[in-house]
Ligand binder design. Structure first.
Ligand code: NAP
Length: 246
């Protein structure tokens, strides 16, 4: 029960890693607010969380919109009265070689991944400053550390998240708010399921632990960063990648 009676807000929690984080945090005693652009999937995760005995709410929100982030946080406060933990997990890919990448694909990825993280963090950190405590966990990616062919937009967004994490960590440290990032490698979710088999095989060969990661592997690291066990850690990026980029 490492998150007993904490309230966590998780963006993009309808599927994949966000959903796993929601369920894992609930098992550790947290009440959970989930947002997603798809209200059905957010509500579905909320119903699963409730089965663990914790309170939950699924909200429709598009993190690319600051007004939507404000509305989300107001609804979360109405229901739960506080927000102890924010996990900025919502993310998308629109892969393609940089020379052929459309402006729309560049903007879409930067807006969801990077601006979305800024929007939710800005609104929630105001609440955390008043509460005099909080934990923000940003989901980056190893691609933000090493780059990748066909992912200039995604790599830039995730590298941006790492810079944002360190800046927020410095600005909020004296307010007793810790801000850290998790950089997953190849994790089995819908996002990676669409990759061609030969690409997956190549990736697998580059992972020293010899297997793909699971959403639970990421959720476990997020739990550490959301719990009291990491109270003296801020501004860090923890890589969860089976040894891929060591
Ligand atoms: P996923 O299965 O595609 O789930 C992403 C979730 O984010 C979906 O529920 C999606 O909603 C939601 N979302 C998308 N745009 C949104 C928006 N504008 N506002 C609110 N919610 C939005 O992806 P995942 O693999 O779980 O990835 C989760 C995070 O981990 C992402 O930030 C991703 O970049 C990062 N990551 C993943 C991997 C990996 O290997 N899977 C590796 C490194 C980092 P819909 O259901 O409506 O689309």
């Amino acid at each position: 029960m490492r998150l007993k009676d904490k309230v966590a807000l998780i963006t993009g929690g309808g599927r994949g890693i966000g959903r796993e984080i929601a369920l894992f945090f609930a098992k550790e005693g947290a009440d959970i607010a989930i947002c997603d652009v798809n209200i059905e999937s957010a509500e579905d995760t909320a119903r699963e969380v409730e089965k663990t005995g914790r309170k939950a709410a699924g909200f429709k929100a598009d993190v690319t919109s600051f007004a939507s982030a404000e509305d989300l946080v107001n609804k979360t406060l109405d229901k739960f009265n506080k927000i102890d933990i924010l996990v900025n997990n919502a993310g998308i890919t629109r892969d393609g070689l940089m020379l052929r990448m459309s402006e729309a694909d560049w903007d879409a990825v930067i807006n969801v991944n990077l601006k979305g993280t800024f929007n939710a963090s800005k609104v929630v950190s105001k609440i955390m400053v008043k509460q005099r405590q909080g934990k923000i966990v940003n989901i980056a990616s190893i691609i933000g550390l090493i780059g990748n062919i066909g992912q200039a937009n995604y790599a830039a967004s995730k590298a941006g998240i790492i810079g944002l994490t360190k800046s927020m960590a410095k600005e909020l440290a004296l307010r007793n708010i810790c801000v850290n990032a998790v950089a997953p490698g190849f994790i089995q979710t819908d996002m990676t399921a669409k990759l061609p088999e030969d690409v997956k095989e190549r990736m697998l060969k580059s992972i020293p632990l010899g297997k793909f990661g699971t959403a639970l592997d990421v959720a476990k690291t997020c739990l550490f960063l959301a719990s009291g066990e990491s109270d003296y850690i801020t501004g860090q990026v923890i890589v969860v990648d089976g040894g891929m980029v060591m």
